[in-house]
Design a protein around this ligand. Structure first.
Ligand SMILES: Cc1ncc(COP(=O)(O)O)c(C=O)c1O
Ligand SMILES: Nc1ccccc1C(=O)C[C@H](N)C(=O)O
Length: 421
């Protein structure tokens, strides 16, 4: 896009040829002074599908109509409510249906999976993770290693970028795994780092972990619905995610897990049990002795929180009408367009710390401000731009292919261009 003068016409032309453009209509866009906000925050909380309210009303009506009989007689019976999500989730993460289940929320799921897959024993007790992971992941891992009597300073190997760099190099990740070797029980990384927006190479990290005899697990919070994955083929051992970012399922919406079939169908793999993880055919026999259901579903404990899953249904219905390949193709073009526009600005003091290679990032760009970052963020907010601020000095901006337009990206650039801070 060199020697290209940014214009609104160009952005609108890109929207005209965008095969996904009509999906925008399916979402509520927050308003600012009577106009659509420039919403670039779908990496934190996705927008509400317009169908969500209708689906809620239907569920309430079924409860009113059926009472307890709704477990089996509701239009989407509550007894099996969780099962309807698996085909869509499996497509999004590249898994078999039985390898995924919608349940709980992210940090809870991370703990449950670590209980199954972080099994320190003898001199193999360490966990490798990226430095600067989202705090909840850091706390989870810190307390997991403490639970087994280890000191986090010793048991957690944090991977940091090289001096003067913001992101990890692939080769450094692989080398660190190899060097730590047999001391490592588990490699547990984000898939996309929440702060830098860097997307790690899950396949090669998984292979490296397996070469040293360790388990590989990932937190997909910022990758889910953002980047196409192939968890089954990459032989990832486990993963978990939340659904309120790119999956638009609403604040605190139900999360989910992936457990590779080689573990999911292995009764030797320990899992904390509850009745909903028990085989369906004996769940109501009221007998002693947990019999795990097939696959990831056996990690469930409680019956499905139906009202916290309605937004998930509304959103996955939309994902079912498209596919990750088309979403990713648009996403790459939009993020590259955003990057190009940002490079035209020289009155603001920031560096884009997200990798510039399209394969190493998703929809998000992180702007690290050297000066007046918070002022810039507040000024953006006052002009109807919704992005987010992450301490100490980053503004994250995420053009989401499902509902953002090239015009949104252009208008964001226009606001930034005239920003006086
Ligand atoms: C990478 C990452 N981990 C964990 C969380 C926390 O998720 P939850 O509140 O669902 O446990 C978030 C925020 O949603 C996140 O981005
Ligand atoms: N649930 C929230 C409630 C309040 C404020 C932020 C969140 C987020 O989810 C933040 C997100 N995990 C992030 O990547 O920063």
């Amino acid at each position: 896009m060199a020697n290209f003068e940014p214009t609104l016409e160009y952005a609108q032309g890109q929207d005209d040829i965008d095969i996904l453009f009509s999906f925008r209509e399916r979402f509520h866009i927050p308003q600012h002074e009577g106009q659509d906000c420039i919403y670039l925050c779908g990496n934190s909380l996705g927008l509400q599908p317009k169908s969500t309210a209708y689906l809620f009303e239907k569920e309430l009506a079924d409860w009113a109509k059926w009472g307890v009989e709704g477990h089996f007689n509701a239009e989407r019976p509550w007894f099996s409510y969780h099962q309807q999500f698996s085909p869509s989730l499996a497509r999004i993460v590249g898994a078999q249906k039985e390898e995924v289940v919608a349940m709980n929320t992210l940090t809870v799921n991370l703990h449950l999976l670590l209980l199954s897959f972080y099994k320190p024993s003898g001199s193999r007790y360490k966990i490798i993770m990226e430095a600067g992971a989202f705090p909840s992941d850091q706390y989870a891992i810190e307390t997991q290693v403490r639970m087994y009597g280890h000191n986090p300073d010793d048991a957690i190997i944090e991977l940091s970028p090289r001096e003067g760099e913001h992101c990890l190099r692939d080769e450094d990740i692989l080398q660190a795994i190899e060097e730590a070797g047999e001391s490592v029980a588990c490699v547990m990384m984000g898939a996309v780092n929440y702060y830098t927006g860097q997307y790690y190479d899950l396949k090669s990290i998984t292979e490296a972990a397996h070469r040293i005899g360790a388990i590989a697990g990932f937190d997909l919070a910022h990758a889910m619905g953002n980047i196409p994955l192939q968890l089954h083929d990459w032989k990832v051992d486990f993963a978990c995610w939340c659904s309120y970012k790119y999956l638009n399922s609403g604040p605190g919406g139900v999360g989910g897990i992936f457990v590779h079939e080689k573990h999911g169908n292995n009764p030797e793999v320990f899992r904390l049990a509850g009745w909903w993880g028990n085989d369906e055919s004996t769940r109501f026999k009221m007998k002693k002795g947990f019999i795990p259901a097939k696959g990831a579903a056996s990690w469930q404990m409680s019956n499905a929180p139906v009202f916290n899953m309605v937004g998930h249904r509304a959103s996955l219905d939309i994902f079912d009408k498209t596919n990750m390949r088309d979403l990713r193709a648009k996403s790459k073009r939009m993020t590259a367009y955003l990057e190009f526009l940002l490079q035209q600005l020289n009155h603001l003091s920031f560096t884009i710390i997200t990798p510039s290679e399209p394969e190493r990032r998703g929809a998000q760009l992180s702007l690290l401000f050297h000066d007046k970052g918070r002022e810039a963020f507040d000024a953006l907010t006052n002009q109807g731009v919704i992005a987010d601020w992450r301490e100490p000095n980053v503004i994250r901006v995420a053009p989401v292919p499902l509902y953002n337009s090239f015009e949104d990206v252009y208008r964001f650039y226009e606001v930034l261009k005239t920003l006086a801070v």
